[in-house]
Design a protein around this ligand. Structure first.
Ligand code: SF4
Length: 440
């Protein structure tokens, strides 16, 4: 019997020829990522268990990224970033993407933005490798054909000291997405559709492997959206087999060698689900769960107070390009918040053009609020002064990934998760709107 892509990566990292789903194995870690929210806790565990003067196992395999609560006057949030900075200097950590000057992030070449997209853009997401991060959306990196998953501070502290972790091998659920993507559909619609089918616990501790002709046609931005949200179905990791699209992206960003891995033809999958994407329609996840799926056209009477385009899920360059396609030459009817995931995405807003206008010019001419500094911003609520935070019980259509009560701030707020197309169409009417109303 062959192995799946994930089983092969885990086997290699465990120094084994084969592994079986359900087995517990020790794996060697290729990369550990932590950020300002969980980094201080991880560092605390590391120092408590390995000693105040202990050295990390490998200063070149740890990435520290402040990204969550950084553009705020909240003293405790700022202290978290200071702890990361002190630790990075003490340990001479190679990859510390600091936000040294909160007032002018643009002048700071070290600052990158939201960890999951920054990791990809800085060449840290490589096929065949094992990455752990103290953030549940670390699964985003599975888009590059690697094993990537979120862990808690205790596991991360242990990895800091040893470079190893004991994990159970997940069984793989395969999702075969075939057909031509309709012009009004984005991969956000596909993953919301799948989560609606299998529920928020439908892939608990399993791998979600995406394959099929629709996936092969996708850009890396779109593949990341699929893998980013597997945790919303309880998935341990998401994964897409590396191909020429992957290699073009990765090799233009890193010289580090890596080895591509693919599922064997005779691999054993826990389940197979088939989708003809050409038959699917735009969907939203209604409050208060990512599996509370509805067709966008069934929600036309839902009046919204604001639209939010941002996060590691829906704040990538392609998300803003797609939103701009609908918004160009029109006026938004509700406050529309734009939060680029990373510094690179932010720069793209001011350099990429559609019909001779930069994305930023398109958004500003349409009445959108000026794009904010790149960060997690209101995706996770955050301190009261966070850009875009839902401080009132408002209704928001958002390109983020979670809509639990209070996720974006106020516990009575209602968040509808949607694609960048649906978010843009909604901004133009003030009601949840099917992008087909504007895309010809
Ligand atoms: S953008 Fe949102 S989902 Fe992504 S890492 Fe930040 S808080 Fe988490």
């Amino acid at each position: 019997m062959g192995m799946t892509l994930t089983e092969k990566i885990v086997a290699r990292a465990a120094g084994r020829q084969t592994v079986e789903p359900g087995e517990n194995v020790w794996v060697d870690v290729d990369l550990l990522m932590t950020h300002d929210v969980c980094g201080p806790g991880t560092i605390g565990v590391f120092k408590r268990e390995f000693g105040q003067d202990a050295k990390v196992w490998n200063r070149e395999k740890i990435v520290l990224i402040p990204d969550h609560y950084i553009f705020t006057n909240d003293e405790r949030a700022n202290r978290n970033v200071d702890i990361l900075r002190e630790f990075a200097h003490e340990q001479d950590i190679q990859y510390f993407y600091d936000i040294t000057d909160r007032a002018d992030f643009k002048a700071n070449p070290d600052y990158k933005g939201v960890c999951h997209i920054a990791l990809a853009q800085e060449g840290h997401t490589r096929p065949g490798e094992v990455m752990f991060g103290t953030d549940s959306h670390t699964c985003n990196a599975g888009a590059f054909g690697q094993f990537a998953t979120g862990i808690g501070n205790t596991d991360a502290g242990f990895i800091m000291g040893t470079g190893k972790l004991l994990i159970k091998v997940p069984a793989t659920m395969r999702f075969v997405l075939n057909g031509d993507m309709p012009s009004y559909l984005l991969s956000k619609d596909l993953i919301l559709h799948i989560i609606g089918d299998i529920s928020v616990s439908g892939a608990t501790y399993r791998t979600m492997e995406f394959t099929g002709t629709a996936v092969e046609q996708m850009t890396m931005d779109e593949r990341m959206t699929l893998c980013n949200m597997v945790i919303e179905a309880g998935g341990k990791n998401g994964v897409i087999a590396p191909d020429s699209t992957t290699l073009d992206y990765v090799t233009s960003r890193t010289k580090v060698p890596f080895e591509c891995v693919h599922s064997d033809d005779n691999a054993r999958f826990f389940s197979d689900r088939y989708y003809d994407v050409s038959q699917l329609e735009p969907v939203v996840a209604k409050p208060h769960s990512p599996d509370n799926r509805a067709l966008v056209r069934e929600c036309r009477d839902v009046k919204v107070d604001r639209v939010y385009i941002g996060s590691c899920t829906g704040g990538k360059t392609s998300d803003f390009v797609n939103a701009a396609r609908l918004i160009q030459g029109r006026q938004v009817k509700v406050p529309t918040y734009l939060v680029p995931a990373t510094q690179k995405v932010y720069e793209d807003l001011f350099t990429m053009k559609l019909n001779h206008q930069t994305l930023s010019e398109i958004f500003l001419a349409s009445g959108c609020i000026e794009p904010s500094a790149p960060s997690c911003a209101a995706c996770l609520g955050g301190p009261k002064d966070t850009f875009g935070r839902l401080n009132e019980p408002e209704v928001c259509v958002s390109t983020t990934n979670r809509n639990f009560p209070g996720r974006m701030g106020n516990k009575q707020a209602q968040v509808y998760l949607a694609s960048a197309y649906t978010a843009a169409a909604t901004a133009l009417t003030g009601f949840i709107t099917d992008p087909r109303d504007f895309l010809t």
